[in-house]
Write a protein that binds this ligand. Structure first.
Ligand code: FE2
Length: 364
C-alpha cells in the first residue's frame, strides 16, 4: 500500500437501494437471486418512518428500503429515480479519521460522523455526496457484534439456497457527457483512488457501444468504480437511455463475483433471472479470440456467458436485463481467472456478432 493511502478501505460493506415496495423486493432478491433475508427494521423495531430489509449472499449485502408515507426522502427519491441505489457503504477501520481526511480534501459532507449503539455494540457512520443523488457511506463496525446495525432485528429464517454470488466485484456509475473526467478527478483527489488506465479503452468502446469508460480503484484494489459517460456512436447510447429514465447520474450496474459461473448462472436461470441474450455468432470464433480456458465452450454458449482475455488472464461474465421497468440498473455476474479487466473486448465482439445476425436477417 502506498504512503498516500490515507483512506484504507476494508471493502464494500453493503449497498442500500430505495425501492417502491421493500417487502416485495426482498422476496424478489430471495427467490430470484438467492439472497437470505438476515435482518429487518420497521414498525416492529420502533422505526416509524421506513422499513428496511438486509439481504445477504456470500459477502454481498443489499439493504432494501421503502418509506411509510409520501413526505419522505425515500419516497421522493423513488418517485424521481425508481428503484435505485441510494448509498454505497464502504467499510473503514476509523470513520472519524476517514471523514476528516475526505472533508479536508473537499468532499461534500451529507452526514458527519455519528455513532449508533445497542446491546451488541457500536457502529459509526459518515456520509459524503457522490454522483447525482448517490452517496458514499463510511462504516466502522469493528466494535459491533450484532447481525447488521442498531435498529435492526435478526430475521430467524431458514437460509435460502445461495446461487453462489460471493462478493461485490465492482460498481459502475453513469454520468452525463463531459462529466466522466470530473469524477475520475474526484475519486483521485477526494478518495485517493487511482485509474486503471489499461482497462479503460475508450477508443474501442466508443466505436462499438457509444460509451466512454474509465475505472477507478482504491490502493488495495478491493473497491473498483468504473465511470461511464455517453459518446457519439453508431446507435443511441445505452448511457443516454439510462440518464433519461433515471433522471440523472446513478449506479448502472453492480457486478458480483462467483467461483463457478456456470453453476451460478444455471441456478439463476432456473430461478428466472432475465439475462441478456447473446447471439450464437458470438461463439463462432470465441476459441480463436480467447484461446484455452478451463470451461467448456458449449456450456458457455448454452448459458450465454461471455469471455474476455487480456495479458493477465481471462474473465467470464454475463449481464442481466434491467431489474425494474425503467431501463436503468442491472447486475453482472463475473468470474476472474487472472484478468483484472472489465470485458472491454466483449463490447466489440458482441457488436460484431449482433451485426452478423442483422445481416443474416437482411437488415443491414
Ligand atoms: Fe461491469
Amino acid at each position: 500500500m502506498s504512503q498516500d493511502d490515507f483512506l484504507p478501505l476494508r471493502g464494500y460493506d453493503h449497498v442500500e437501494m430505495y425501492v417502491g415496495n421493500a417487502r416485495q423486493a426482498a422476496h424478489y432478491y430471495q427467490k430470484v437471486f438467492g439472497f437470505t433475508p438476515v435482518a429487518k427494521m420497521g414498525l416492529e423495531t420502533g422505526i416509524r418512518d421506513r422499513a428496511s430489509y438486509v439481504m445477504q449472499q456470500g459477502n454481498v449485502r443489499f439493504v432494501l428500503t421503502s418509506a411509510y408515507g409520501p413526505d419522505h426522502e425515500v419516497t421522493r427519491h423513488h418517485a424521481l429515480h425508481g428503484d435505485a441505489v441510494r448509498t454505497v457503504a464502504l467499510e473503514v477501520r476509523d470513520v472519524e479519521a476517514s471523514m476528516a481526511a475526505v472533508r479536508q480534501r473537499g468532499a461534500t459532507i451529507e452526514q458527519a460522523t455519528e455513532a449508533f449503539e445497542d446491546e451488541d455494540g457500536v457502529i459509526k457512520t459518515g456520509v459524503i455526496r457522490y454522483a447525482g443523488d448517490t452517496r458514499i457511506k463510511f462504516i466502522e463496525r469493528g466494535n459491533y457484534r450484532g447481525t447488521f446495525a442498531p435498529g435492526y432485528k435478526p430475521i430467524e429464517a431458514r437460509p435460502t439456497e445461495p446461487a453462489g454470488l460471493a462478493a461485490i466485484d465492482h460498481i459502475v456509475t453513469n454520468v452525463y457527457l463531459g462529466e466522466m473526467n470530473y469524477w475520475v478527478g474526484w475519486f483521485r483527489n477526494i478518495l485517493g483512488f487511482s485509474q486503471l488506465a489499461h482497462f479503460s479503452d475508450d477508443d474501442i468502446s466508443t466505436e462499438y457501444s457509444a460509451l466512454m469508460s474509465k475505472v477507478m480503484e482504491n490502493g488495495t484494489g478491493k473497491c473498483k468504480f468504473p465511470i461511464n459517460e455517453p459518446a457519439e456512436g453508431r446507435r443511441k447510447s445505452q448511457i443516454d437511455e439510462y440518464l433519461e429514465y433515471f433522471q440523472g447520474p446513478g449506479v448502472q450496474h453492480i457486478a458480483m463475483s462467483t467461483g463457478d459461473i456456470c453453476a451460478t448462472v444455471r441456478r439463476l436461470r432456473e430461478q428466472d433471472v432475465d439475462f441478456l441474450r447473446v447471439p450464437d455468432t458470438y461463439y463462432a470464433d470465441l476459441r480463436d479470440r480467447v484461446g484455452d480456458i478451463d470451461e467448456d465452450f458449449a456450456e458457455l454458449q448454452e448459458l450465454g456467458i461471455l469471455v474476455d482475455r487480456d495479458d493477465d488472464g481471462y474473465l467470464l461474465q454475463i449481464f442481466t436485463g434491467p431489474v425494474q421497468d425503467r431501463p436503468t440498473m442491472f447486475f453482472e455476474v463475473i468470474e476472474r481467472h487472472g484478468s483484472r479487466g472489465f470485458g472491454v473486448g466483449n463490447f466489440k465482439a458482441l457488436f460484431v456478432s449482433l451485426e452478423r445476425e442483422q445481416e443474416r436477417r437482411g437488415n443491414l
